[in-house]
Design a protein. Sequence first.
Length: 370
Amino acid sequence: MKPSLKPSNPNFSSGPCSKRPGYCIENLDISALGRSHRSEVGKSLLRRVCEETAELLNLPSSYRVGVVPASDTGAFEMAMWSMLGERPVDLCAWESFGKGWINDAIDQLKLTDFSLFEADYGDLPPLASTNSENDIVFTWNGTTSGVRVPDADWISGDRKGLTFCDATSAVFAMELPWSKLDVTTFSWQKVLGGEGAHGMLILSPRAVERLETYVPKWPLPKIFRLTKSGKLIEGIFTGQTINTPSLLCVADYLDALAWIRSIGGLRGAIEKSEHNLKIVKNFVDERNWIDFLASLPETVSNTSVCLKLSLTADKVKSLIKLLESENVAYDIGSYRDAPAGIRIWCGATVEEADLVALLPWIDWAFHKVK
C-alpha cells in the first residue's frame, strides 16, 4: 500500500547535503556582512573557523587548518599541485573522485613515476600493497560508490612519503587517524550541511616540511600557492585567506559547528550517522531486491549510502522520479558515473524519523515501477 507518512525533510542529497535540523537562516550572526574579510572582524571569524574545526576534530596541536578556495576540489588540487612530484606516488581509486585525482596527476601534472591501485565500484583496491616510501593519494570515503576505508592499518607509522586524503564525506562522520594523515581535505557542504565554494585544508608537520623544502617543476596559480620565499604562508591557517571568502557562508559554517557541539561533538555526530546507517541496513536485510553497492560490510559508508536495485537502469530512473514527484526524496539518484541505483545521505544532519519515513516509500516505489 502507498505510505501516508512522509519525511518532514526530503533532502537526502549527497552534496550539497541537508541543512542541520532546526536550521533557520535568520538565526545566523550576519553582523560581519559588508565588512572586509581582511578587517579584524573578518579575520577573527575566519580564525574561529580554523580553531573551532581543529578543536572539534581533536586534531594534534601541531596540525594546521586553513580555509582555501573552491571547495574540497580546490583544497585537494592545491595540495597535489604544491606537493606531488618530490617522490614516486601511489594513486588509489575506487570511485569517480579518486579517478579524477588520478587523471589530474597523470594528464595535468604529467607525473611519470606512479603506481595505480584501482578497483571497480563496490570494491577497494589492495591498499596494503602501497609503498610507504611513496606518496599515497586516496579518498577515505568514496562518495560516489558508498565504499569507505575501514581503517588505517595499511598506512605505515614511519612512512617516508606523505598521505593525501580526500575526506570530504568522512570528516565529522567517521573516526580519522590523524597521525596517519598528512594532507586532509573536506568541504563545508557535506557532513555539516554548510554552503559551497570553500575548502578546508589540514596539514601535518610533515606536509609543512614538504612545502618548505620542495619546489614543483610546474608553475603554480596564485590560489594554489602555500609558501612564499620558501616558508609556509602561516596567515592562511590563521584567518588570512588567499582570496575573498563569503562571510555569509562563514556564519553558516560556524552555526553548523555550534550544532555539532550541541549534539555531543565529534562523537555525537559519528554516532548519529552510524545509527542512520543501521536503519537502512535493517531495511536492506529484510529485502532481496535491494543491496549495498559495497561488497564488504566493513566498507559500507555511513554517509553516502549507495544501493543497487533489482531493476533496469530506466526503471531506477522511474523510481527516483516517482519519489521526487511524491515529495518524499530529492536528488537520491546514483552519481552519473556510478552504476544505476540510489544514494541516500545518512550524515548527522539527517534525522532518524525522516529515514524511517522514507524507506516504506522506496519499498512502494520499487513495486510500483517493477
